[in-house]
Design a protein around this ligand. Structure first.
Ligand code: FE2
Ligand code: FE2
Length: 162
């Protein structure tokens, strides 16, 4: 095995976190679809797909380094939201939490002199900058538009092709 058992266990935990995010974003997509906001729905479904890809990416790394993948239990996502702002705020909070989780994984890899995992996780740090930034943007737009003006944000998302 190229990485420690402890590192492998932490990465397995992160696979669960990414899959939890995938389910949460899917639930948000469902919420927006039910609210007749199809571009918001498409945006969150796509985010969910990306989180699943993150889980797969980590799975592949664990397997490539000689570890085993054991997907942990994942708690149910939040399925209903009072308004678009609440959902997008929660998505932003989630991305900030994931950024911390990635930083903690890197801190562990540094402590173990594990350059293999540090190098692998570098991609995720770059990805988190993008994810936090785009969610902050979306939240600012939702706040500015207000619930009655969400139609304008739909237009923006449609133009972005997201
Ligand atoms: Fe992710
Ligand atoms: Fe994310």
């Amino acid at each position: 095995m190229m990485i420690s058992k402890k590192m492998s266990a932490s990465l397995n935990e992160q696979i669960g976190n990414e899959l939890g995010a995938a389910m949460q974003y899917m639930a948000m997509g469902n919420h927006f679809a039910a609210e007749s906001l199809p571009m918001f729905a498409a945006h969150f479904y796509k985010q969910g797909d990306e989180e699943r890809e993150h889980a797969l990416k980590i799975s592949k790394f664990v397997l490539d380094t000689g570890g085993r993948v054991e997907i942990p239990a994942i708690s149910a996502p939040k399925n209903s939201f009072k308004c678009a702002e609440e959902a997008v705020q929660q998505a932003l909070d989630w991305e900030k939490t994931v950024t911390k989780q990635i930083n903690e994984l890197i801190a562990q890899a540094v402590k173990e002199n594990d350059y293999t995992t540090q190098n692998f996780l570098a991609w995720f740090t770059t990805e988190q900058v993008e994810e936090v930034s785009s969610m902050e943007n979306l939240l600012a737009m939702v706040k500015r538009a207000g619930e009655a003006g969400l139609f304008h944000v739909e237009g923006y998302l449609a133009r972005q092709g997201k």
